[in-house]
Design a protein around this ligand. Sequence first.
Ligand SMILES: [Zn+2]
Length: 395
Amino acid sequence: MNSSFTFFIPTRLIFGAGRLKELVRTQYLPGMKALVVIGANGAMHRYGYLDIVISHLEAKGVDSVVYDRIQPNPLSRHVDEGAKVARDNGCDFVLGLGGGSTIDSAKSIAVMATNSGQYWEYIVGGSGGKKIPLHRALPIVAIPTTAGTGTEVDPWTVITNSDSHEKIGWGRDDTYPVLAIVDPELMLSVPPKTTAYTGMDAFFHAVEAYLSKVNQPASDLLALEAINLISHYLPRAVEDSHDLEARTKLAWASTAAGFCESLSSCISQHSLEHAISAFYPEVPHGAGLTMLSLAYFSFLAGHSPERFPAMARAMGEDVENLNDYSKATLFINALERLIAKVGLDTEKMSDYGIVPEDFENLAHNAFDTMGGLFRVTPVKMSEDDVIRIFKAAYE
Ligand SMILES: [Zn+2]
């Protein structure tokens, strides 16, 4: 555990089943005209969530304009387009409603609504222009409908430039949402496969933040809590979508893992996954991570097993009377069983069209676009190591 750290999370969190309706009486809405950002797949219309949110805003005298073009791996051109809609309509805050892609887009749109030029000019990493925004982003409200990214309580927004095949995370203090409403009832409609993908994403945020070189006491506690809850409740929610107790535990686990991403950091498994989905955008983020995970964490456990036993214990494994390496192996075995229990053990890279000839390019892309996460990974990795991990994950 690191004994030198900074603690900063400025997001007001309203958590609990049925609490979306508190939008109607919260005094914490940051403006009078919202740009409401939703995904292009129509789910927010279908489940009625968009109507509920807009009617709650109207009841408070808040006008809204809807921007509905966001893709599952959200694109920088939609950030620029959404920001223009916000500016043209005089919106004074941005509300992201939906999965992580929607809330991430809301964050990036909030930045570009007050700053000039194109979004990619501000990105740090890859071909990004590294410009510093001159103006504060519009305030952001986040209402997640999946339990996965934890983006509602962290500053990170992950956007893809489809022209250059780069998927890069970026964030600042003003991209923390000012208000997050996490209502597990909104997650009852998530289909089993998406539940599994998003739940595994949250699991890996917790695992990576626990292993990261910049871990701290609070992120350690929350990471082990999230690892414990997800390994016990994700199989239940995949089995029965309407299990509200499981949905509630997972919603908290995902948000707790989001706090971990704020207090500690993801590590290079996310760099490897971003490279995959930058070239193969149809790979769900959680699927990409899951396909990499056994090879990736076996590599780390082989070189630096010290932090693995606590995670194995959080997953319910009995780690007493074993040496460190065996304890680390217990975690890998428990992870393998979890992946099978949530039905993702049949996912293969080849199903998505990925071929071994890609690996050199993917490894290079991972370092080029998301190199920062390698610096907080507990084991120093070369491009050759990453190619070996891709190969092991492929087999
Ligand atoms: Zn993630």
